[in-house]
Design a protein around this ligand. Structure first.
Ligand code: ZN
Length: 425
């Protein structure tokens, strides 16, 4: 696998990593049988920061064809994502006054969950999604989808066939893109003069302040703060005009990018966030070296803490076979060894084994047949949703272990009836 030696925004030579998580298999490369473990490939996972523009990025890049052609993450399995999609559609349509004749293009549109929310507002929609198995699900559900990677060539074809877009949405994909310049050329080719390019992604500020090292995996090539994005947009004649922090996925951010035009100015909250990044020296070598050291300390503490729980008689299962779960488990092998299995709602993952740690993934109902006393919530960004769904486990005396940012154990009991008991799915 090629080492990534030059910054993908500004081309500067990259220094040695500030955090090295070791070699791991791809976070979404679940095994169909344990016999496949013998041929399992691992790749280095380490992060560095550009000394010129500040972009935090992986030191090694796995080719996209290997990562995405058969992807297992399906967005509609999460209630929180569905609710977020409705909120986003309503907010953007209101803010930009989009009409039914306007077209919204979503890059990496997955199974069409988000585009369906825009369809309900009456807009024309179009998805661009490279994973064939998942694009087919969107099409079957009435969401027109082009099975391609988004880049300048794809964008030109889309613009010629469907006209230019009032909005381009890129949720949790921008950090996955190796050639960002090609991507932004695509945005330029497809976006209407008055259009807006909306990017949603994890925010580096949250990663650093909330110990979210497990959001580092091979698919996330870049970890954005504002400064490198401002520079990248400017290189393509575009302007970052607003940034809005949201809680989804443990601290994400919405970026609003437009063509420079009279009357469009930067929002006060964007200016404020830029100032905060400067004040915190967010991407300085010192900040990042300290973060690397605190991740190593977190691993030692967490490993010991789980060991103590087990000595006290705890029996553990994991919940949520998310990509971040696989970073955490591969980085903490003795924690992985303490788990009976991982529960997950996605039928695409059930019956498979986690990459690297080879834990069986089971349907959520498996807990009923298990003697487990503790549920390690690996998909901690959905912890409220998971604890709500697992109320019967809490009432059996089960406990929930939340690993990030500081390991904690809670009984999670609420007085509300669980969604299952009240008949609401
Ligand atoms: Zn750079």
């Amino acid at each position: 696998m090629p080492t990534h030696t030059h910054c993908r925004v500004c081309g500067s030579v990259l220094p040695a990593p500030f955090l090295d998580l070791g070699a791991m298999p791809l976070a979404n490369a679940f095994l169909s049988s344990l016999e496949d473990a013998a041929s399992e490939a691992s790749y280095p996972l380490a992060v560095t920061a550009c000394p010129t523009c500040g972009l935090v990025q992986l030191n090694h890049v796995v080719p996209a064809e290997q990562l995405y052609r058969n992807y297992l993450y399906v967005s509609s399995t999460s209630e929180a994502v569905r609710a977020h999609a409705d909120w986003l559609a309503e907010a953007l349509v209101r803010r930009y006054g989009w009409k039914p004749t306007d077209c919204l293009v979503e890059v990496a549109s997955n199974d069409g969950t988000v585009l369906r929310s825009f369809q309900r507002t009456g807009m024309r929609v179009l998805g661009v999604e490279p994973a064939r198995n998942i694009a087919a699900m969107a099409e079957a559900d009435g969401v027109p989808t082009i099975t391609e990677f988004f880049n300048a060539a794809t964008a030109e074809q889309v613009a010629a066939a469907h006209g230019r877009a009032a909005g381009i949405l890129a949720r949790h994909v921008f950090a996955h893109v190796n050639n960002l310049h090609d991507f932004l050329e695509g945005v330029n080719a497809l976006l209407d003069d008055d259009g807006v390019f909306v990017i949603e992604m994890p925010y580096l500020g949250s990663l650093l302040s909330q110990m979210e090292f497990d959001t580092i995996y091979h698919e996330h090539l870049s970890y954005f703060s504002l400064a490198p994005l401002v520079r990248l947009c400017r290189d393509h004649g575009l302007d970052l005009v607003d940034a809005e922090r949201i809680t989804l996925h443990g601290g994400s951010i919405l970026f609003y990018v437009r063509r420079p035009r009279r009357g469009i100015i930067r929002s006060p909250r964007l200016e404020q966030l830029l100032e905060e990044e400067r004040r915190l020296a967010l991407t300085s070598p010192q900040t990042l070296t300290q973060f690397g050291a605190s991740v190593r300390r977190w691993r030692d503490d967490f490993t010991n803490w789980i060991g103590e729980l087990q000595k006290g008689g705890a029996r553990l299962m994991g919940y949520g076979a998310a990509a971040k779960a696989n970073t955490l488990l591969n980085y903490c092998p003795s924690v992985a060894a303490s788990l009976e299995c991982i529960l997950d709602r996605s039928p695409l993952k059930q019956g498979r084994y986690t990459p690297g740690t080879h834990l069986p993934v089971k349907p959520v109902e498996h807990w009923l047949a298990s003697p487990a006393t503790h549920l390690l919530i690996l998909a901690w960004n959905f912890k409220e949703e998971i604890i709500r769904q697992m109320q019967p486990f809490a009432r059996r005396g089960g406990r929930f272990v939340i690993p990030i940012p500081t390991p904690d154990v809670v009984d999670g009991l609420t007085s509300e009836p669980s969604p299952v008991e009240s008949g609401v799915q």
